[in-house]
Write a protein of this length. Structure first.
Length: 371
């Protein structure tokens, strides 16, 4: 019988090959903590992504998961029932198998040091509640886009920006002597680390999401070009569609540039923490470069991907320059210049935080109906 920790280690690459690579470079309690936290995120992602599941059921499952995470006594009584209730969730075989084994992930979580658990609980529970809040935005059997770029940021915060914040706080436990300046840089750019990776995924999965009846491309961006949401998704004007996506890619690039600041604030002697950040960041930038002015992005349900050769080059080359801020910056800039990508105006974190403060997560209930 495989023990719970070994189960988690073996399951990670089955549900995410990319993050299995960079999580594997970590060691000790930070390795265990990040791996378990990521599996929790995959569990709630699986519920949120279920294409055939009613929004009301998703909301109930997501809110209950947050409760299970926050209240160990409740978890002891209710976890088995939650797993049974998840039998209606649809998704990939590997994701559903992980969902059925949620107890094993909690067993490893409960074995973590208290200080690590206390960084995971608020972030993942808030993620689940944020996902539940946004479920009321999506109508069954109807394409429902996000309203504008601000709402896109808010959605991406709950599904990914929170992960950036959580990683930042976990890393602080590993960096007790970190300078105040570096600490402030990491705090100011942690959300962008998550948003940049999430917006990359949104950009490359447009057609696949559309086929599931979802759209994360803000209606405001589409209407700026004189198109309706229906015209955008039917491909009336490939030229205008590419212009819309180019603006999204510019915003994505800005977040990825901030993610580089986050990564370089980690002391260079902590090479495993740096590599953990750099590998997905470099892959995201290479992906954005592939998406730039690429009509295939709009016509194929198969996501545009970087080649295996590019992935191998990143994994081979970056450890050689991980100690040097200058070489890392030059390598990153080379990707930008290859496709003449340009970043937008600076991300306003304070403005996002103010808007998030007005979102009534506490009022979301399992009785919430789609808007």
């Amino acid at each position: 019988m495989v023990d719970d920790w070994q189960y988690c280690v073996k399951t990670l690459p089955r549900v995410s090959r990319t993050f299995a690579l960079n999580i594997a470079v970590l060691r000790g309690e930070i390795h265990r903590s990040v791996l378990v936290a990521y599996l929790f995120c995959r569990i709630v992602d699986t519920v949120e992504d279920a294409a055939k599941l009613d929004a009301g059921i998703k909301i109930k499952l997501l809110l209950e998961f947050a409760h299970l995470l926050e209240d160990p006594s409740h978890r002891a009584q209710a976890l088995s029932q939650w797993i049974a209730d998840c039998e209606v969730v649809d998704g990939s075989v590997n994701d559903l198998e992980l969902l059925s084994q949620t107890t094993r992930v909690f067993n490893v979580f409960d074995s973590l040091e208290e200080k690590y658990r206390q960084q995971i609980i608020p972030s993942v529970s808030k993620m689940a509640r944020g996902m539940a809040y946004f479920q009321k935005r999506f109508e069954a059997d109807k394409m429902t886009p996000l309203e504008d770029e601000e709402e896109l940021e808010e959605y991406c915060y709950f599904v990914a920006g929170l992960v950036g914040e959580m990683l930042c706080n976990l890393f602080f436990l590993e960096l007790p002597s970190l300078s105040d300046e570096a600490r402030e840089t990491m705090k100011n750019n942690a959300v962008s680390f998550g948003l940049g990776l999430q917006m990359t995924n949104i950009s490359k999965d447009i057609v696949a999401d559309r086929e599931r009846g979802w759209s994360y491309i803000p209606k405001g961006l589409i209407m700026e070009k004189g198109l309706t949401v229906e015209e955008f998704h039917s491909g009336v004007s490939i030229e205008k569609n590419l212009e819309i996506l180019e603006k999204l890619l510019q915003k994505t690039t800005g977040h990825l540039e901030d993610a580089l600041k986050f990564s370089l604030a980690i002391p260079n002697y902590k090479f495993s923490l740096r590599l953990f950040c750099i590998w997905p960041l470099w892959m995201a930038m290479e992906t954005v470069a592939e998406l730039h002015n690429n009509p295939a992005l709009l016509t194929s349900s198969a996501p545009v991907k970087i080649s295996r050769g590019t992935v191998r080059r990143i994994l081979w080359s970056t450890p050689l320059i991980v100690y040097s801020d200058f070489l890392l910056q030059r390598s990153f800039q080379n990707i930008l210049e290859t496709r003449e990508l340009h970043s937008p105006s600076p991300f306003n974190l304070e403005n996002l935080q103010k808007r998030l403060g007005k979102i009534p997560l506490a009022s979301v209930t399992s009785n919430t109906q789609p808007a």
